[in-house]
Design a protein around this ligand. Structure first.
Ligand code: EPZ
Length: 420
């Protein structure tokens, strides 16, 4: 395994171009299972999770050619209906092959995703939605085994105890596009990645309206044709670099980002005292010498994203004063707290609140990456800290950030990889 070694406190500046969205690419790749026609996807980020999803599509019978950021996906012979454990368990996002496989084949066997460090990852909403469409579902040996005589449109309320579910909305939308009749999803997830999936499905001939809002209407069609599509840019990567600029007080311009998807972060950073300017799609961040502590609570989109909670905590750890960070989406998503504290941060948990007593300085230390976004928080802290930080289990970062090391080196960071 590799570790990332960062020499902190180096002056950073320049431009960083944001890649395609991982969380948009994964369900869109799964959606190609719905057609026998060829699909060409552009602006696909080349990272562990999209490479894993490409492997899964191949195991399901698709021909997949992934070169650069272009993915060509076509059919060979029929589809294999079984998505096995050793691939699905490495990436929970692959559970979104369930809906398309069931819609296309009328049956599917997909491994339950299992839990991970950020939470239990239940799938009750996925199963509730598929049953409402007429699927029979059993759980056998850690697998979801499902079949149907033909999916029928239904009105489905998909809100859960933690609010809407992104991948459950994706799974049900993909199952409903080939169902007989009309499906309405109430309390659907509104994330831009769900909207992107709906746009891709419509480019394949689906009839979807309301995607990106809490109410999605899908009129079932007989079949879908192949399509070419360009993936939207990654709002979480963009937010990560904006927070990195603020935490290191660096003049960094973020390009190829979708400013309108970052409004809640801009709102919080203006409260912190930063000045955010947008000029022809490029986002400039001016950071105050002394920022103000800001409290945040995460919610489903358009609320403050759980996927930048850890990165925001790294900024608050460096902001003298007290801020409270609460994750309402994944209440246990705090594995980064003890690692930030090893670097001199002063953060404590009280229930599912993190109380951050900011300090002017952090110090380099060996730390452990735990999940993708916690690792990003440790990179931000390492760049801002005095001394050398070693982030062990660097593969977590490579799951969701394309060419992160190169992007940081281009900004002036001193960062390298070593074997652990
Ligand atoms: C997606 O995961 C993202 N992953 C996650 O990003 C992101 O953190 C999450 O949405 C929330 O925005 C992908 O898009 C591949 P959810 P997903 O279902 O869909 C509960 C990253 O770092 N829930 O929206 O699996 C669930 O436990 C990853 O890129 C149920 O209760 O998340 C959570 O508390 C991490 N029942 C809440 O809903 C269900 O059936 C939101 O989860 C499903 C979910």
């Amino acid at each position: 395994m590799e570790k990332i070694v960062i020499e902190g406190k180096r002056p950073l500046s320049g431009e960083v171009k944001i890649s395609g969205s991982k969380n948009s690419a994964l369900p869109i790749m799964a959606a190609t299972l719905l057609t026998d026609g060829p699909c060409v996807l552009e602006n696909v980020p080349r990272l562990r999770d999209t490479l894993t999803m490409a492997k899964i599509l191949k195991s399901l019978g698709k021909a997949v050619d992934f070169s650069g950021n272009t993915l060509k996906i076509s059919s060979k012979n029929g589809l294999n209906p079984v998505a096995d454990y050793d691939l699905v368990s490495t990436m929970r996002g692959s559970f979104c092959v369930l809906g398309p496989l069931l819609a296309k084949l009328g049956h599917a066997k997909v491994s339950l995703p299992g839990g991970c460090v950020i939470g239990v990852r239940p799938v009750d909403l996925h199963l509730k939605g598929l049953r409402a469409l007429g699927a029979k579902i059993e759980i056998e040996g850690g697998y979801i085994v499902t079949h149907t005589k033909g999916l029928k449109g239904a009105q489905i309320y998909l809100g859960g105890v933690f609010g809407s579910s992104v991948l459950a909305t994706d799974n049900i939308m993909m199952a409903a596009v080939l169902a007989k009749g009309e499906t309405i999803i109430e309390s659907a997830a509104c994330e831009p990645e769900v909207e992107d999936l709906g746009n891709f499905l419509n480019s394949m001939g689906a009839k979807i309206t309301g995607h990106g809002t809490p109410k999605i209407t899908i009129k079932g069609v007989k079949e879908l044709h192949g399509a070419n599509y360009s993936i939207t840019s990654d709002r979480i990567e963009a937010a990560t670099f904006v927070l990195l600029a603020a935490a290191t007080k660096s003049p960094i311009t973020v390009t190829n980002a979708n400013y309108s998807q970052l409004l809640v972060l801009v709102d919080k950073l203006e409260e912190y005292g930063a000045k955010i300017r947008v000029k022809d799609g490029a986002i400039d961040i001016k950071t105050p010498r002394k920022g103000k502590p800001v409290s945040v609570t995460t919610y489903p989109y358009p609320g403050f994203p759980t996927d930048i909670q850890a990165q925001f905590m790294a900024l608050m750890a460096l902001t003298p004063g007290v801020s409270v960070i609460t994750d309402k989406v994944f209440p246990d998503r705090y594995m980064h707290i003890p690692e930030l504290n090893r670097m001199g941060a002063n953060i404590r948990r009280e229930g599912n609140n993190a109380i951050v007593e900011g300090t002017p300085r952090l110090f380099g230390a060996p730390v452990m990456a735990s999940d993708l976004r916690a690792s990003a928080a440790l990179v931000i802290a390492g760049l801002a800290a005095e001394g050398v930080t070693e982030i062990h289990r660097a593969y977590h970062i490579d799951r969701g950030y394309e060419n992160l090391d190169q992007k940081l080196i281009a900004l002036g960071a001193k960062i390298r990889r070593e074997n652990e």
